[in-house]
Design a protein around this ligand. Structure first.
Ligand SMILES: [Zn+2]
Length: 141
């Protein structure tokens, strides 16, 4: 979630660092027609997270809404309390794998993030399949 003012320069840094893709679901900003991607506070301000580059990630509108101010959730495989994937300190493909058009968590953090951010709903998978077939979805992050 974002409420602090983020300067244009900082937003630009966040966008370019992310290669203009959501850092949770990899949705390209260029196909987010209705709602632009946002600079997400990885650690929300309510938990003491600062508005600085190392605490910001580019997130599509849906990922950002589902993440909200959450830092963690329950791993659907073990029910263990698990931190969410952190794009600044972790590598996406270590935690999440693209299987066809489905995003599958392959670690506790990956599974927890896929579920909480609802990366694997039929709606999002169908959208991803269409983007893949049009060559608009990255096959590798
Ligand atoms: Zn996303």
């Amino acid at each position: 979630m974002s409420s602090a003012h983020i300067s244009l320069a900082l937003r630009r840094l966040v966008e370019e660092r992310a290669a203009f893709r959501c850092e949770y679901c990899l949705l390209p900003a260029s196909v987010a027609f209705l709602r632009p991607h946002e600079a997400d506070h990885i650690v929300a301000e309510k938990h003491g997270g600062a508005t600085e580059a190392k605490n910001l990630a580019l997130a599509c509108w849906r990922c950002n809404r589902h993440k909200g101010t959450d830092l963690a959730s329950l791993d659907p495989a073990t029910s263990d309390l698990t931190r969410l994937f952190n794009p600044r300190t972790q590598v996406w493909h270590v935690h999440v794998r693209l299987e066809g058009a489905q995003l599958v968590g392959i670690t506790a953090e990956g599974r927890t993030t896929v579920r909480l951010l609802r990366l694997d709903t039929p709606e999002r998978t169908i959208e991803r399949q269409r983007l893949i077939s049009l060559g608009h979805y990255p096959q590798t992050p």
